[in-house]
Design a protein around this ligand. Structure first.
Ligand code: SF4
Ligand code: MG
Length: 319
């Protein structure tokens, strides 16, 4: 196996900039080398929070984040340098993260420069940037241009090239294609999958779009109100969704193949405020299958005979 063995994330709380408490609760996940793990759920479910906490953009208050077996959750910013090399992030809006005053070739090697590798000439770094840009489909002439001269899809290619510059083990991608036209989405997703094989990457892929997730994910975690309610392989999740919320998501998704829809569960109403979590099951207030026990007891995420995990009393084998 590779150096990158497992990444675990147990629990994190944070104060978001809007001063709204967003919490994720007891979320635990691991990503194997070469694996694409997707997190899905409605906005506000905590999927971006999990991604940003793993990337250490947010600070976890408890739990641990292990990369290559090393607990990095309490490392200071400077100590994170070698870790950041293993873990890069790409964002929904690459433009916001590309310095408009820098040439694209300088943007691409910027994370390499932060590694402060002595003895590496500017010329060598530039050649590296041009090679990386070529790998994502941009030519040497384009390497001298500025971010505003590129389309949204091209900017995402630049963001990917920059992430690749430090040869990461894991790329955390938060809605990387949701701002792009559908035809461009497929190109970027295919590029990401090619790069996975070529560079031996793992991805943590955050998306609200089930058709995107169906296209790329090996495994999927479904989140609701800061809780992981189901984890399963792609095929298990789409063919045999178990949690009522997963089933509702699949039946409501307009972009998912009709054949894949399970139009058996419909949910009404809004996601409750994370500040007023329902007692018992987090999904209780919208679940058409709720029964007495759901209000009394929070269901644990339990492993099922097929290897998936579900947090629902209807799937509690011990019951
Ligand atoms: Fe619905 Fe109860 Fe299962 Fe929660 S535990 S998803 S309320 S049936
Ligand atoms: Mg988000």
């Amino acid at each position: 196996g590779g150096i990158f063995e497992r990444l675990r994330f147990a629990k994190g709380h944070l104060l978001a900039p809007q001063k709204i408490l967003r919490a994720v609760n007891g979320v635990s996940l691991s990503i194997a080398p070469g694996e694409v793990m997707a997190l899905v759920g409605e906005s506000g479910c905590g999927k971006s929070t999990v991604a940003k906490t793993i990337a250490r953009i947010y600070e976890p208050t408890s739990g641990e984040i292990r990369i290559d077996g090393e607990d990095v959750s309490h490392l200071a910013f400077k100590q994170m340098r070698p870790v950041r090399r293993k873990l890069q992030m790409i964002f929904q809006d690459p433009y916001a993260s590309l310095d408009p005053r820098q040439r694209v070739k300088d943007i691409v090697i910027e994370p390499r420069r932060a590694q402060a590798e002595k003895g590496l000439s500017r010329k060598a770094l530039e050649a590296e940037a041009v090679a990386l840009l070529a790998r994502v489909g941009l030519n040497a002439e384009q390497a001298n241009r500025y971010p505003h001269q590129f389309s949204g899809g091209q900017r995402q290619r630049i963001g990917i090239a920059r992430a690749l510059s430090v040869r990461p083990k894991l790329i955390i991608a938060d809605e990387p294609v949701s701002a792009l036209d559908v035809s461009i989405q497929a190109q970027i997703l295919n590029l990401m999958m090619d790069l996975r094989d070529e560079f031996g990457l793992s991805y943590l892929f955050v998306s609200h779009d089930l058709s995107v997730v169906h296209h790329i994910a090996d495994r999927i975690g479904v989140m609701y109100l800061g809780f992981m309610v189901e984890t399963a392989t792609r095929d298990q999740l789409f063919n045999q969704p178990k949690h009522p919320y997963t089933r509702a998501l699949l039946s409501a998704a307009p972009t998912v193949d009709r054949a894949l829809r399970k139009p058996e569960i419909e949910i009404a109403g809004e996601v409750p405020s994370a500040l007023r979590l329902p007692q018992g099951c987090c999904f209780r207030t919208r679940c058409p299958l709720a029964f007495d026990r759901c209000a009394a007891e929070r269901p644990a995420l339990l492993e099922q005979p097929d290897g998936s995990s579900v947090a629902c009393h209807l799937h509690n084998q011990a019951a």
